[in-house]
Design a binder for this molecule. Structure first.
Ligand SMILES: Cc1ncc(COP(=O)(O)O)c(C=O)c1O
Length: 259
């Protein structure tokens, strides 16, 4: 027990023994048919977890990498982005979008409070010319412990027509998030939270509506390129060398979650 740690923080979370043991094995060749069979299983189980029929991309990065991927594959410089901020991680969306050259507007709630759906609705109702193309929001804001009413907020965004980009880093696997049923456009997450594995993988799922924005994106990202990840997912592989050991661990924790 000397080397055991029990972390009581929002993440990294404790990692189950079976996942640790899966990582202890020698890594498989990432282009082998053996590893593709693992990936096929993991991709299917990720769809189950995200409650979506869309592909769930696996990036070798922390959660912020998937946040950057979302903005850099969808948003063109000059696009109007509305960022709903209830803490540090909501602010991060606004910072990434600003760095991308977007025209960012912020609706901030008082610290410790969630976004008031009426405030969002009033702002989007004002936008009669549909200038707001994207709305970024945090499902569960780790810095304050506050959970937004994602379904209600997303319904308002969908009624307006903007693309919703959701930080599900501390919600996927822990708080109900029905991506397809609720018609959420983009969900990102990170391995060290509800997935019960160490830090180092990020996840992103994207709706067909958001995919159109990717197709219209003039300068998408290279390493996090949606097109490259989608093409590879269809072949049960990844465009670049993935973190094989973490994916072996993920296979185990996804099995546990399903059970
Ligand atoms: C809600 C939320 N979003 C984003 C992040 C950033 O994730 P990472 O530190 O994995 O880049 C975190 C990390 O704690 C988080 O809790």
């Amino acid at each position: 027990m000397k080397d055991k740690q029990f972390l009581m923080i929002p993440g990294p979370t404790p990692v189950p023994e079976t996942a640790l043991l899966a990582m202890a094995k020698h890594p498989m060749g990432h282009r082998s048919s053996e590893f593709s069979a693992v990936l096929a299983e993991v991709f299917a189980d990720l769809k189950w977890l995200f409650q979506t029929q869309e592909d769930v991309f696996i990036f070798t990065s922390s959660g912020t990498g998937a946040m950057e991927a979302a903005i850099y594959n969808l948003v063109n410089p000059g696009d109007k982005v509305l960022s709903l901020v209830i803490g540090n991680f909501g602010e991060r969306w606004a910072k990434i979008a600003k760095m991308r050259g977007a025209d960012v507007e912020i609706i901030a709630a008082d610290r410790g409070k969630a976004i008031d759906p009426a405030v969002l609705k009033a702002r989007l109702d004002q936008d009669v010319n549909k200038e707001i193309k994207f709305v970024t929001l945090t499902h569960n804001e780790t810095s304050t412990g506050v959970t937004n009413d994602l379904k209600t907020l997303n319904d308002i965004i969908q009624e307006h027509g903007a693309i919703s980009i959701v930080d599900g880093v501390t919600s996927v696997g822990a708080i109900q998030l029905k991506m397809d049923e609720w018609k959420i456009d983009v969900v990102v997450s990170g391995s060290q939270k509800g997935f019960m594995i160490p830090p180092g993988l990020a996840f992103l799922a994207c709706s067909k509506k958001a995919w159109k924005a990717y197709e219209n994106c003039k300068n998408p990202s290279f390493y996090f390129n949606f097109g490259a990840y989608k093409k590879s997912a269809a072949e049960s592989t990844t465009p670049y060398t993935p973190n094989v050991s973490l994916i072996m661990a993920l296979r185990e924790t996804l099995k546990m979650m399903k059970a």
